[in-house]
Design a protein around this ligand. Structure first.
Ligand code: MG
Length: 156
């Protein structure tokens, strides 16, 4: 089965930018209730989506004070746990980040490692790709950031 996830967050000055668990040095960061990690949020929706378990908002409402400033890795751990409880194995994870700046090239290895560790996958089953929006639209104006994640899971 295939799961797909999408997330978007606003960007603002003075906020931290956390992507796949890596804090990226940047003058702008995500505005969010949690740590605003768009990759982890899209990953959670992909994992939940693969076996139709709802979405991240149902599992972790942003009105819940428990999730204020929360590290989004715990959302991923929760989603992975739900799959394991139901005897599903994650086969691979493929992420695409759409961010105008800063460049994240040097942080990709750590991002892949974080995803691999959380999902119990070897590195070669985890892809992290990044692109810009060619200065078009709200991503291009550095007002927001997108992430798309696809995963495959199978029953064990
Ligand atoms: Mg989000």
């Amino acid at each position: 089965m295939v799961g797909f996830g999408f997330d978007v967050h606003r960007l603002a000055e003075g906020q931290t930018l956390v992507l796949a668990g890596v804090e990226i040095p940047s003058p702008i960061g995500t505005v969010a209730h949690s740590d605003g990690d768009v990759i982890f949020h899209a990953l959670v929706d992909a994992l939940l989506g693969a076996i139709a378990l709802g979405d991240i908002g149902e599992h972790f409402p942003d009105t819940d004070p428990r999730w204020k400033g929360a590290a989004s890795s715990q959302f991923v751990e929760h989603a992975v746990g739900l799959l394991r409880e139901r005897s599903y194995t994650i086969i691979n994870v493929d992420c695409t980040l759409v961010l105008e700046s800063p460049k994240i090239l040097s942080f990709k290895p750590q991002m892949r490692e974080n995803i691999a560790q959380l999902c119990g996958l070897p590195l070669e089953r985890v892809a992290v790709k990044a692109t810009t929006s060619e200065r078009m639209g709200y991503v291009g104006r550095k007002e927001g950031v997108h992430a798309f994640v696809v995963c495959e899971v199978q029953p064990t």
